[in-house]
Design a protein around this ligand. Structure first.
Ligand code: HEM
Length: 500
């Protein structure tokens, strides 16, 4: 949360005090057995304890004092924060259905067509239909494989760029983000992704507003806050621009389908075919399809790009890991000029590197919040309807009871362990778990592994400006996503086998 927002929040709290005094309601939560938590201030509750800090770190520190289940009042939002794998299991397994909804956000209301998307939409029959559709029809292993051509093309471009930048320091994030965006764009709309640059910029702006810790989300009853904070106008502007781009793409595609007949080359075709064939319990509209695409772009780009940047960062910081990963890749590919995705299956150690990166740097360290839809209990405490529930996946992934030397980057830890990120090991849930688990694991991980494998195969990497591994900074930026604060700069040099 930035300083401006914090200031606005404190000023607003004065105004709100009067409202609360005039509108005091009987306290329903008195009869509930709520978990303990840090002491709360009037009006703002516990906001001051996370303001200015990285929320997943602040929650973790508070949990050390108040326990793995805490009740916190974040403005008007009554929130439970879970910080241990054991209790995460109670959220994701025991109470998965009771906690399967998402809290209301202004962002989802405005930009996601009245929360009609999969990621932030409330649980219900419509949501279940859409989640099934996205999982089975759009992001299944078979469908993801069918996009291998797009990935190969885009990663080839990226590798070409690296070749042309040899011996020059480059900001890894910029080009990696562009590459991942292009993969998502092409998988969605084929080669004719209109206004791709604008689309990418809009998605980027949106990503920055998605934290759920903005003043308008913390005080939803006070609509005026979304106006005076400028949030509503920013979101409306993003929505209108995105909507116009999608309209243009959709119109062109409809004309093409009428002219050339139906094909299923990209996700837009798949969704149009589903829409036209009818037979759905809830017929879908163009707006519903647009909402799904906003999810694909926001969920699928920064998360994967960030993981590549963090993996490179950790390997530069730990040269022995870089060495081992490079040796593996170079032995497995044995001088091949062209790598294909099927070559990835032999890269056992590189997969551990990706896992370890996702453990220490989960792109969404607090996952996405859930909302209680049926009263239930966690650790014997009552969780009433409408309560927001946050699982601190980062805290679980560095819990010393589950991980040896938890804060160190050691891919070898996975050599003798079957712990995986598929949602059944609650100490390692970078993609969440249960009904609201990420449906894009295959899509994301394949691009990450393929890009990293080639980066390590064709190039050696140096830190610029005579920096040494211990100088590599791993501070995270403020916000809901754990992006590296200082973008990683590296100098690629062509590996000797390819320099002639
Ligand atoms: C490294 C890559 C990725 C990471 C770390 C990641 C992480 C996550 C997390 C933590 C959640 C919330 C899970 C929960 O609430 O329990 C999520 C949800 C979601 N992700 Fe991903 N994701 C990645 C890639 C993708 C990709 C490539 C796509 C699509 C192209 C995608 C689409 C979604 C969607 C639609 C949801 C909402 C699921 C729901 O609410 O039921 N993600 N992701």
């Amino acid at each position: 949360m930035d300083a401006g927002v914090t200031f606005l929040l404190l000023v607003s709290s004065l105004i709100l005090s009067f409202y609360f005094i005039l509108n005091r309601k009987p306290n329903a939560s008195k009869s509930l057995n709520l978990p303990p938590g840090p002491p709360k201030l009037p009006i703002i509750g516990n906001i001051h304890q996370i303001a200015g800090a990285l929320p997943h770190h602040a929650f973790r520190e508070l949990a050390k004092k108040y326990g793995p289940i805490m009740h916190m009042q974040l403005g008007q939002i009554s929130t439970i924060v879970i910080s241990s794998p054991l209790l995460a299991k109670e959220v994701f397994k025991t109470n998965d259905l009771a906690l399967a909804s998402r809290p209301y956000t202004l962002l989802a209301d405005i930009v996601l067509y009245g929360s009609s998307d999969v990621a932030l939409g409330p649980y219900g029959d419509y949501w279940r239909q859409m989640k099934k559709m996205i999982t089975v029809e759009l992001l299944s292993a078979k469908k993801v494989r069918s996009f291998s051509g797009f990935r190969e093309q885009e990663i080839d471009h990226f590798i070409e760029f690296l070749r042309s930048s040899c011996e020059k320091p480059i900001v890894i994030r910029e080009k990696v983000t562009e590459m991942i965006n292009n993969i998502v764009c092409k998988s969605s709309f084929g080669d004719n992704c209109k206004q791709q640059d604008v689309l990418i910029e809009l998605v980027d702006d949106l990503g920055r507003l998605v934290s759920g810790f903005y003043v308008a989300d913390l005080f939803p009853e006070f609509g005026f806050l979304s106006v005076i904070s400028g949030m509503k106008s920013k979101l409306t502007k993003i929505h209108k621009s995105l909507d116009k781009i999608f309209d243009d793409i959709f119109e062109e595609r409809k004309t093409k389908r009428q002219r050339n007949g139906v094909s299923e080359d990209d996700l837009l075709d798949v969704l149009f075919t589903i829409k036209e064939s009818g037979g759905l319990q809830f017929p879908i509209t163009d707006d519903n399809i647009k909402a799904v695409f906003v999810n694909m772009f926001t969920g699928g780009t920064d998360t994967s790009a960030m993981t590549i940047e963090w993996a490179m960062t950790e390997m530069m910081k730990n040269p022995n890991v870089m060495d081992k990963a490079q040796r593996e890749v170079r032995e497995a590919f044995k001088g091949k000029k062209k790598i294909t995705e099927s070559d990835l299956q032999d890269l056992v150690y590189l997969k551990f590197v990706v896992k370890e990166t996702l453990r220490l740097h989960p792109p969404l360290p607090l996952l996405l919040p859930r909302e209680c839809r049926e009263q239930c209990q966690i650790a014997g405490y009552d969780i009433p309807v409408k309560m927001k529930v946050i699982v601190n996946a980062f805290a679980c992934a560095v819990d010393p009871e589950y991980w040896d030397d938890a804060e160190s980057f050691k891919p070898e830890r996975f050599e003798k362990s079957t712990t995986d990120f598929m949602g059944t090991n609650f100490e390692f849930v970078p993609f969440g778990s249960g009904r609201r688990m990420c449906p894009g694991i295959n899509f994301g991980v394949t691009s990450i592994q393929f890009a990293l494998a080639q980066m390590l195969y064709y190039f050696n990497w140096k830190l610029p400006f005579e920096l040494s591994p211990k100088d590599v900074d791993i501070t995270e930026n403020d916000g809901a996503t754990a992006v590296k604060k200082v973008p990683l700069m590296l100098t690629p040099t062509l590996y000797s086998s390819f320099s002639h």
